[in-house]
Every structure is written in structure tokens, then in C-alpha cells.
Write a protein that binds this ligand. Structure first.
Ligand code: NDP
Length: 302
């Protein structure tokens, strides 16, 4: 490390440590948000642009995504980029990572927001478990792994926020043996994969209800349970390496996923997301699961 880099690091550290400035970010700070053509994802992009960051809005449908980005440019946000990204398709993830590397290069914040559910509110059927797990869990995981080399990991700490759900917390698992595996401090990615395989087998054999899997939105809940577990494994892997990994349940939000029902708007949820991903480095935790309560307060469950 040369003297200039060392001095820069020292000065930045002093500035943050003594609270001389609260905003560690600038328009050089780059965020990627998945599934951002509508709902919470779109609102997060808008909020981060309002706060002065550069944001890549991604969406699986090129037309919907470019229209969403254009609507933001029309109201004055020049720092929005659009790139098509279907997180359930590994070739789309590879193409996106390569596009990002060529066009923006360094990443500060990743919000894994894209997800699917096929149940209406109050309905607890298993409809397309493979698609849900492939999108909500493997999609977020594969994208994260593809982007890991691009994170800045400077003194301001890079951030991954996985949009999760309280439906996928460990207390929703009625099986003590599965719960014991997932809450272990030594949990591995292989154990998470094996848990998902077991769930899909229990669905196929028609025994899932007896095996103690979550009852509400079961396949969606399992996908988020796996995402929470992976986030803890990843947080451990990057502990002390200037990359924080957390999960957030945005609360019951009025979007298409809930058929427009909810206790608060996507903009209110997005304000919480932005607050969390922009915490000053000294206040930023890792490996946590946050829950948004009453649309304004954040509590940490772990
Ligand atoms: P929406 O259904 O409104 O939006 C979901 C977004 O994900 C859409 O843009 C959708 O694109 C996109 N998407 C789905 N599949 C893919 C894919 N394969 N590749 C890329 N994008 C995809 O949901 P919300 O805004 O409500 O949800 C945002 C996040 O918050 C999700 O992770 C959800 O699980 C979580 N959450 C939401 C809650 C709520 O009450 N709303 C509660 C708890 C958690 P398209 O338009 O093409 O379908």
C-alpha cells in the first residue's frame, strides 16, 4: 500500500469515526437493484437516486425495465442505468455481470429484491416450488456470487441487502431437526442445498405437511429461509473483509405480490431499505435479519 492510499484511508476513517460527515456516499457510489421495474424494487431505485447515488435498475422484461428507467430520467434523475437481468437464468446473470464490469466496473451496494410467489394473500398452496426456489434463492445467490469480485470493499464497506420475509424465519420451521441444521453456526451451502432438495422431495411424495415445513406460503417461505441461511454463511465468509450482508423483511407492503394489500406503500418500504443500505460504516452490522415494523422502525431479529 502506498503512502497516499494509507493517508486517504486514515483520513476517511477519522471522518467516519468522529461523525464529521454522515453521508459516506456520492454519485460515484453505485447500487444494483434487481426486479426494479415495479413494486419495492422500483421505489428503492428512486429513493437511492434521490439520495444522490448512481443506480442500475434491472428487470427481466426489457421493455418494462427501460420504461421504468425512462420514467425516472424524465423527472430529472440522470444517474439511472438500465440493464436486462432475469435472475432465474444463469446466462442472463453472466451477461449482466460482464455488462456491469465493462460499463460501471465497481459495485458498492447490491439489493437482491426480485422474487416471485404464486399464492394470493391467505392462500397457502404449493404451486411452482421449483420456480420459486430457482428465482428467490438460487437467482439471488448466483447473482451475488457473480458480482462478488466487483465490490469496492473500501473503508466505507460494501453492502448486500437480501429482501427476505418474516415468513422465512427459523421460528416458522416446525421440524426441530431441520431447524437445528439451519441455525448451526457451522452451516454450509451444501447443507442449505440439501435442505431444499429434501423439501422438494417431500412435496413430490405428498408428505411435506407432516415434515414440519412452514405452513404459510410454504414454497416461498422455504426460498426465503434458504436466502436467510445463505446470507449468514456469506456474512461469515466476508467477516472483517469490508462487505456486509444482511436481510430485510419490508413488512406487508402494497404491491402486486400482495394483490395491492398491505399496511404501507412501496415508497415507505423503500425509505427503510435505503436507510439500512446507507448506514454509516461504523453502524453497519453483518449477518443480521431486520424486520420493518410499523413501516418506519427497524428491528433486528438476530
Ligand atoms: P412485486 O411482485 O411487486 O415485484 C417483484 C419484482 O421481481 C418484479 O419486478 C418482477 O418482475 C421481479 N422478478 C420476478 N422474477 C424475476 C426474475 N426471474 N428475474 C428478475 N426479476 C424478477 O413484489 P414486491 O415489490 O412486493 O417484492 C419485492 C421484494 O420484497 C421481494 O423479494 C419480496 O419477496 C419481498 N417482500 C415483499 C413483501 C410485501 O408485502 N410486498 C413482504 C415481504 C417480503 P416482473 O414485473 O417481470 O414480474
Amino acid at each position: 500500500m502506498d503512502v497516499v492510499t494509507l493517508m486517504y484511508g486514515l483520513i476517511t476513517y477519522i471522518i467516519y469515526a468522529y461523525g464529521i460527515i454522515h453521508e459516506w456516499w456520492s454519485e460515484e457510489t453505485t447500487a444494483v437493484v434487481t426486479g426494479a421495474n415495479k413494486g419495492i424494487g422500483f421505489a428503492v431505485v428512486k429513493r437511492l437516486l434521490e439520495l444522490g447515488l448512481t443506480v442500475v435498475l434491472t428487470a427481466r422484461n426489457a421493455e418494462n425495465g427501460s420504461q421504468a428507467a425512462e420514467s425516472l430520467r424524465r423527472i430529472g434523475f440522470g444517474n439511472v442505468h438500465f440493464c436486462c437481468l432475469d435472475i432465474s437464468d444463469p446466462s442472463s446473470i453472466a451477461a449482466f455481470a460482464s455488462w456491469f464490469g465493462r460499463n460501471l466496473g465497481i459495485l458498492d451496494i447490491l439489493v437482491n429484491n426480485a422474487a416471485v410467489s404464486f399464492n394470493a394473500v391467505g392462500e397457502n398452496l404449493i404451486k411452482e416450488p421449483e420456480t420459486i426456489i430457482k428465482t428467490n434463492f438460487y437467482g439471488a445467490k448466483l447473482l451475488t456470487e457473480a458480482l462478488l469480485p466487483l465490490f469496492r470493499r473500501s473503508v466505507s464497506v460494501s453492502r448486500i441487502l437480501n429482501m427476505s420475509s418474516r415468513l422465512g424465519t427459523l421460528n416458522k420451521l416446525r421440524s426441530p431437526s431441520i431447524r437445528r441444521i439451519l441455525e448451526s453456526e457451522d452451516l454450509t451451502n451444501e447443507q442449505i442445498d440439501a435442505t431444499l432438495t429434501q423439501f422438494l422431495q417431500d412435496v413430490k411424495s405428498g408428505t411435506w405437511e407432516k415434515q414440519g415445513w412452514p405452513e404459510n406460503w410454504p414454497d416461498y417461505a422455504i426460498s426465503k429461509l434458504a436466502l436467510n441461511a445463505y446470507s449468514r454463511v456469506l456474512a461469515r465468509r466476508y467477516d472483517g473483509k469490508k462487505l456486509s450482508v444482511n436481510c430485510l423483511c419490508p413488512g406487508f407492503t402494497r404491491t402486486s405480490m400482495t394483490g395491492g394489500q398491505g399496511t404501507h406503500t412501496a415508497d415507505e418500504a423503500a425509505a427503510i431499505v435505503a436507510k439500512l443500505v446507507l448506514l454509516p460504516p461504523e453502524k453497519l452490522a453483518t449477518g443480521k435479519f431486520y424486520i420493518c415494523v410499523e413501516s418506519k422502525k427497524l428491528i433486528s431479529k438476530l
